[in-house]
Design a protein around this ligand. Sequence first.
Ligand code: SF4
Length: 396
Amino acid sequence: MRDSSVGVYVHVPFCERVCPYCDFAVIGVPELPPAQETRYVDALLRELDSRSPVYRDPDGSAHRLASIYLGGGTPALLTPESLGRIVEAIRAVFPSDVPVETTLEVNPSTLERDRLPGFRAVGVNRVSVGVQSFDDGVLKRLGRAHQAEEAHLTLAACRAAGFQAISLDLIFAAPGQRLADLEADLRSALAFGPEHVSTYELTIESGTPFALAASRGQLPLPDEAEAIAMLETLEDRLRAGGFVRYEISNYAHPGFQAVHNRRYWERQPVLGLGVGAFSTEPRSAAAPFGARRSNVRDLRTYIDRIAQRLPPAAGPTEVFDAATARGEAAFLALRGSRGLLAAEFEGEFGQPPRAFFGPAIDRLVEAGLLDEVEGENLRLSARGRLLADSVFAEFV
Ligand code: SF4
């Protein structure tokens, strides 16, 4: 199988302030100095030039551009002019004969809101708004920089700016959050009427202030039963609102599934640019199952490496062997609502999943984390969706 399309992810590591649960590659900058912004965008464009040749056919023609995702961090802290430079450069390197989904992550803030028409003008056609909650108490306990009123204003401004699709992020199982709080969040989200909703259970990442607070017993998190009730409520309410859950955390109205995000779950190539960005490289004779690489997470190191014309990779490129590819294929398929289809898996790897993962599948079915449906096809149960990371660990 040959890959001939590419999605481009651009990581912008700046945030107004760093949330206490965040473990992304970010730095807090109350105001982004123009010189720092220009330096970073220049570095991104140099990285694009140096790495884009990997995403070419053997005859030298560039892969077709399927999607651009401007994420972070808070990429909308860059000006429309800077984002326009990035989008234009990507489009100049990778041609496309279809409309390219171009997503920008936006946090609710006055600065970003005022720039929305400018972002639309430089080609952004989809926004993903980091609402998280419409409850000021939940937002405060999460350490977010915004309040609910900002979220309402930003969503309205996104609609007024004319983006083709608006996605909003909601978090659940946050400190002190009750089921009734989440139900109120869902009512507010549905009243706005987004095309897409992403839902995330709060996870406590080691090394974050939340991890320290949790270890001291100072973080009042919902227990597993409450978290499952929240997950089921999310699914019920969004389904009743006309959304289809197409991935473990993602819901869309028909025709609005995220093109870019699907590339990760479907193991299609993604060129990741910037601090901490991950890339999935195309399959080739040297890497018949593809390859993965990640960039350094430190901003200064990234800028220095680019300035010295050194690769900003955090380590050697990982070339997938068959076993790694099988594990990835299995758990990524389980993320999707279709689940792991035995015939499809066998088509790629010669034998059905049970031939490679039989004991793990038995354990997970027995524990109520996986449902075996229509023969040997597998799907995550509601509990499995909540404990997905421990399910996936059985396949890698
Ligand atoms: S806004 Fe998002 S990326 Fe920035 S610190 Fe908070 S959670 Fe992390």
